[in-house]
Every structure is written in C-alpha cells, then in structure tokens.
Write a new protein. Structure first.
Length: 210
C-alpha cells in the first residue's frame, strides 16, 4: 500500500456476510431522495456514523484488523466511524477526492477501509484511483481543500473493480472517486475509519512506519 497508496484484498468477506450487512444497513438508513438527472451529491449518498451490529462485528474482525494494523504500524486500533456509501443508479460519477481532506484526519494515524457490498465494475460504479499520487497529493487537492482535482492526469487513473466482499484499504492522501453507476440498481459500500492507538510500532523488518 505504501507504494501504490491502496491495497486490494479480494474475497475475504464472504458473499453471504456481505449480503447480511447490506440487508441490515439498508433497513437502518432512511431513504434519501436522489435527483438522478442532476446527480445529487455527485452521485454519492452518505449515511454517516451508521451503527450496525453486523458492521461493528465486521470492523473488529481479524480479516480487516490484520491489514489495518500492518499499514498503520499499530498494536491496537479503534474504529472511529463508519458510513454507508450509496452509489445511485444512473447518477453521475464522483470526482476524485482525498479522505484526509474530506474527513480532516491525520493519515499517519488514520486510514479508511472500504468493503464492497455489491459488485462494482466497468459501468457499475467501480473505484477510480490515482496510484502513487498519495505522495504528492497536496499539489492537487489538499491545499487548499477546494483545489481543483482536475490537475490529476487522466492517463494516471486506474479503475479498480470490486466484487461483493472485497476490501479496499486507502491511504489518506490517495485521490480516488467513483465511476458512474450506469446499472439498474443502487450499489452500496461500507466505509470504515480506523485510528491507531499509541505510537507506531516497529515492523518485522526493524523499521518504524509512521
């Protein structure tokens, strides 16, 4: 992840578990009207601070924590917040942004994990990321926060396809967005924000990551 700015873990969350979380999460959130012609909220609806038994179990599972602790060089981490991202059908794409800018957190201590509850591919809301751009992100979208992300080279974009149950870990400075969901149904992704507790630990290679 330190090289690309993201890490993809495929198929770690079983399809059945992803389906249960999706069912529970959609019951918990109130329907949000979306103007599908105007692409309200750039085609992304967020139900923030979602509290769900299934999601809290997921957030504390070894499947997620092993990777999160490794990337944050942490013995212990805690879940700060979770949200349900809804990619409405036939809505516009979301322009690239950075979690550290949008969320206002410290990427040395925090990171995001995205868990796909639906398959995101090609014309159906896949992630658009800019590999290696996290190490120079302030040039484009971090300072000021309203800077035009169009400075990112279009040729550098990579479309990351996720299947239900896949996990995407992202660096806080990684510019990423969501492609247009041209499919016939809304798609859902869980976003979990983690924070390292305590100072960074020494990795197995003998170096300290921070």
């Amino acid at each position: 992840m330190n090289h690309l700015g993201y890490a993809l873990v495929e198929g770690e969350i079983g399809w059945g578990w992803a389906e249960r979380i999706r069912d529970e999460a959609t019951r918990l959130i109130a329907p949000v009207p979306v103007d599908r012609n105007a692409g309200r909220l750039a085609g992304l609806v967020v139900a923030a601070h979602l509290r769900s038994r299934e999601i809290e179990v997921l957030a504390g599972s070894d499947t997620l924590l092993v990777g999160v602790r490794r990337e944050l060089a942490a013995d212990r981490v805690e879940m700060v917040a979770c949200a349900l991202l809804q990619l409405p059908a036939y809505a516009f794409a979301q322009a690239p942004a950075q979690d550290a800018v949008v969320g206002g957190f410290d990427p040395d201590k925090h990171m995001c994990a995205y868990v796909a509850l639906d398959s995101l591919h090609a014309r159906h809301g896949c992630v658009t990321a800019y590999p290696r751009a996290h190490d120079r992100a302030l040039e484009h979208h971090g300072d000021p926060a309203s800077a035009d992300p169009a400075a990112l080279p279009a040729a550098g974009a990579r479309h990351i396809r996720l299947c239900a149950g896949d996990i995407l870990l992202t660096h806080g400075w990684l510019p990423h967005g969501w492609a247009n969901n041209a499919g016939g149904r809304d798609l859902f992704v869980v976003r979990i924000l983690y924070r390292r507790l305590g100072p960074p630990t020494t990795s197995s290679t003998g170096t300290v990551q921070s």
